[in-house]
Design a protein around this ligand. Structure first.
Ligand SMILES: [Zn+2]
Length: 83
């Protein structure tokens, strides 16, 4: 494995972790620069799907659910500024 930080070929497997629905993630340790990095990076589409799903169902779920209320409040406040 080529180190993503320094480009050296002195990396060894550091650990494996179960991903969140995306399979297993392998982390490598570079003996030259001492960094630990993820071996196979997820594809951009997979990351976008993960982020969007987390945004809508994870920590921001209640924020997303309140969209209509926030939109209505914003419009009321905007009218106060405009008129
Ligand atoms: Zn390195």
């Amino acid at each position: 494995m080529i180190c993503r930080i320094c480009g050296a070929t002195k990396s060894v497997l550091y650990c494996k972790r179960q991903g969140q629905g995306q399979g297993e993630a392998s982390y490598y340790y570079c003996r030259k620069c001492k960094c630990i990095y993820l071996g196979n990076l997820p594809k951009a589409d997979d990351m976008m799907n993960y982020v969007n799903n987390e945004y809508e169902s994870g920590s921001y779920r209640r924020y997303v659910e309140a969209r209509d209320m926030r939109y209505e409040h914003f419009n009321k406040e905007l009218k106060k500024l405009v008129y």
